[in-house]
Design a protein around this ligand. Structure first.
Ligand SMILES: Cc1cc2nc3c(=O)[nH]c(=O)nc-3n(C[C@H](O)[C@H](O)[C@H](O)COP(=O)(O)OP(=O)(O)OC[C@H]3O[C@@H](n4cnc5c(N)ncnc54)[C@H](O)[C@@H]3O)c2cc1C
Length: 416
């Protein structure tokens, strides 16, 4: 078989790409499915890589192969294969190593990469990281062995995960956050109190309202960082978590429509025939606002990848879209969910906050009170799936609103 001619070609072998590959395989058992990834590692569970930094898990524990739906089913995964351009007229892709692949249908699932602020000097120094890949995690793990103090720039989820991995190794960690709070993209400051307390209790030092201007280094790598208020912090490691940028450069000279990411229609198709996009790299729609949106979430990437797989296999399937803000995870043993409209300062909407020891809930309703449009749950995240159903389905809530506010809604309320 000519491995370079494939019915289904998937660029990017992670959440979206592998979900698509396995969905295609389930519906088209015989056709060749090829996945190209520029990484040296075979597909793995990216959200787990902080465990490699902490030393709790090994690289091989991250592998997708053999896990649940990701059991190998004759899907050809080619590592070290970076796509540099695509010709959608001739259905060909060109690799950095000069190989050429022909495809019948192609999925772009190239995800995103960390943004490195160009105004910080010294980011190329040994000991500076931006945790994205398993290879990065291994390098951070090795550097951690000679690190007493790590400074992490940015207060988003990925840096908090990295911070906890380092704290678990007994390393002192300082988080430098320009905004006045951590997780500012996921919740308002007044709603983040429980998380902030949990971070303090875990021993994380947080400096808000300041930014790094320079990373200092010598022959052994990083030795300190200079902040914009001229403070110097001595450290042996810096990790940058300042957001991500979609990996679209390989399409810049193609006919594929780009608007920051790759524009995908409701059936995950791109602007040229036989082309599809899914995951972090795709621009899709927010089901509540209807606006274009890009997210950076494993579960979304898997859902959209599955949907793309169905469409590629000839089963037209509409993608339900995804919230601009949606996250469900755990930080400092504190689970939380943030979904839909959560930043409510000066907005015309109904807000109900409640909670108790170790838990917090914020429910956001539309200004006429008839729809649930956002929520933040911290500590007790039960019913999150149910509330997502209400928000995403734009359900009229009048009959069960008091149950949402009282946090005792159940699926029975939807049985007609
Ligand atoms: C440390 C960390 C922790 C996270 N924790 C969570 C969490 O708790 N919950 C959650 O929901 N999400 C989490 N995420 C985010 C989640 O991992 C991403 O949203 C998800 O991986 C996106 O999947 P994807 O398939 O769209 O893209 P990616 O996972 O980014 O994969 C894209 C792949 O394509 C490859 N690629 C890019 N360009 C090319 C090219 N030109 N040619 C060939 N290959 C290419 C990339 O190298 C990569 O392997 C975390 C991410 C990180 C880094």
């Amino acid at each position: 078989m000519d491995r370079n001619a494939t019915q289904y070609l998937i660029v990017g072998g992670s959440a979206a790409g592998m979900a698509a590959a396995h969905t295609i395989r389930s519906h088209d058992p015989m056709a060749p499915v090829t996945v190209l990834t520029d990484e040296t590692d075979k597909p793995y569970f990216r959200p787990m890589i902080p465990f490699v930094v902490s030393g709790k898990k090994k690289s091989q524990d991250m592998a997708m192969e053999g896990c649940g739906p990701y059991v190998g089913k004759d899907i050809f995964v080619k590592t070290d294969s970076r796509v540099v351009s695509v010709d959608t007229d001739s259905h060909r892709v060109f690799l950095e190593n000069n190989q050429v692949f022909n495809y019948g249908k192609i999925l772009f699932a190239t995800g995103s990469r960390p943004f490195i602020p160009p105004d910080i000097k010294g980011t190329e120094s040994n000991g500076v990281f931006a945790l994205r890949t398993l290879a990065h995690a291994r390098k951070m793990n090795a550097r951690a062995a000679q690190t007493q103090h790590a400074v992490l720039l940015g207060g988003g989820l990925l840096n908090l995960k990295a911070a906890f991995a380092l704290l678990e190794r007994g390393i002192k960690v300082t988080l430098v956050v320009y905004s006045p709070q951590v997780l500012s993209q996921l919740m308002d400051a007044e709603d983040a109190v429980l998380i902030r307390n949990a971070l303090d209790d875990a021993g994380l030092e947080i400096r808000t309202g300041t930014a790094a201007v320079e990373i200092e280094s010598d022959n052994s790598g990083v030795r300190g960082i200079v902040l914009d208020d001229h403070t110097k912090i001595s450290c042996q490691m810096v990790c940058i978590g300042k957001g991500v940028r979609p990996n679209v450069e390989f399409l810049e000279n193609s006919k594929i429509k780009l608007e920051k990411g790759i524009v995908a229609d409701i059936h995950t198709a791109c602007s040229q025939s036989d082309t599809f996009a899914a995951g972090d790299v795709a621009v899709t729609h927010d089901p509540v606002s209807g606006k274009p949106v890009m997210t950076a979430l494993w579960t979304n990437a898997v859902e959209m990848g599955r949907c793309a797989g169905l469409n590629m296999a000839g089963l037209p399937t509409a993608y339900a879209g995804t919230f601009g803000i949606l996250n469900a995870t755990q930080i400092a043993n504190m689970p939380f969910v943030s979904m839909g409209l959560v930043h409510t300062k000066d907005l015309d909407c109904e807000i109900f906050r409640s909670g108790g020891q170790g838990s917090f809930r914020k429910m956001v309703f539309s200004s006429d009170g008839r729809h649930l449009i956002g929520m933040v749950l911290i500590g007790d995240i039960s019913n999150a799936g149910l509330y997502r159903h209400v928000i995403q389905g734009k359900k009229l809530v009048e009959k069960f609103k008091h149950h949402i506010i009282g946090h005792n809604l159940h699926w029975g309320h939807f049985i007609k």
